[in-house]
Design a protein around this ligand. Structure first.
Ligand SMILES: C[S@@+](CC[C@H](N)C(=O)[O-])C[C@H]1O[C@@H](n2cnc3c(N)ncnc32)[C@H](O)[C@@H]1O
Length: 244
């Protein structure tokens, strides 16, 4: 089995969305140590936090939360959910939607959500592109895409989450002035994303100087950021503003 650079086994085939077309998820749905029975229990436990699957357009996402937050943030591919849980606990006034099809990651975040009783979190356990397609235009204040799977081999790059088409879809759901926050420890993926965002009329890169893309002040970090540091890699932190 080959490696994609993120330490995960290479997938055996493209994931098909409910609509039957090829989606953006190429990773594993389930890792070691999660048996069928546990996956079933997780499925049940997701209950009150899950956004129901389907292809129907969703209502304004503020209505997904009991407190109708003034702002809604979306995190795509939250991994173990450390970043999302920390932010959600620190900002109870903001609604957080987390997407992660990897069942073990979802189980981890669900543990944190239950332990901290985070009523301001909603979860989507499938390919994020399916959710993005259902969200209303200009309904999200901020999107996080942190350390997405790098797919470093040339022939695999088309599997990267960032593409012109997908940036267009993300721009569509962001409010004018909203932000797309992207982090990676793979230089080539930073350049890839920058090139696509800069040629999009929808986004402006907010960095004024080096300090603005070398780190984000006060951010809690993520598991893959810690892994990059352990392995001696720095990262790029890119913020793109949705142009009106
Ligand atoms: C390299 S991990 C990074 C996890 C986390 N963001 C971090 O920084 O620690 C990338 C994650 O993105 C998820 N992912 C990949 N494609 C996705 C998609 N189309 N929709 C949602 N999540 C996706 C994977 O399952 C994986 O957990």
């Amino acid at each position: 089995v080959g490696k994609d650079g993120s330490g995960r086994p290479a997938p055996r085939g493209a994931f098909l969305t409910e609509a039957g077309r090829e989606g953006a998820f190429y990773g594993r749905r389930r890792g070691k140590g999660l048996r069928q029975g546990q996956a079933k229990r997780l499925d049940e436990a997701l209950g009150q936090w899950r956004i129901e699957s389907g292809s129907d357009p969703l209502p304004d996402p503020v209505t997904l939360f009991p407190h109708r937050p003034a702002q809604v943030y979306l995190e795509i591919g939250f991994g173990g959910g450390e970043h999302l849980a920390t932010l959600a606990a620190a900002h109870p006034d903001i609604g957080f939607i987390g997407c992660e099809p990897f069942v073990n990651g979802m189980a981890k975040l669900l543990g944190l959500v239950e332990e901290r009783d985070l009523g301001n979190v909603r979860l989507w356990d499938q390919d994020a592109t399916m959710l993005v397609a259902r969200l209303p235009k200009a309904s999200i204040d901020r999107i996080y895409l942190l350390y997405p799977d790098p797919w470093p081999k040339r022939r695999q790059r088309k599997r990267r989450f960032v593409s012109d088409e997908r940036l267009g879809a993300l721009a569509g759901i962001l409010k004018p002035g909203g932000e797309l926050r992207f982090a990676t420890d793979i230089d080539d993926y930073a350049g890839w994303t920058l090139a696509r965002a800069l040629r999009s009329a929808d986004f402006a890169w907010t960095a004024q100087g080096q300090a603005d893309w070398r780190a984000w002040d006060g951010w809690p970090g993520s598991r893959y950021e810690a892994k990059a540091r352990r392995e001696g890699r720095g990262s790029a932190y890119l913020v793109f503003r949705r142009e009106p």
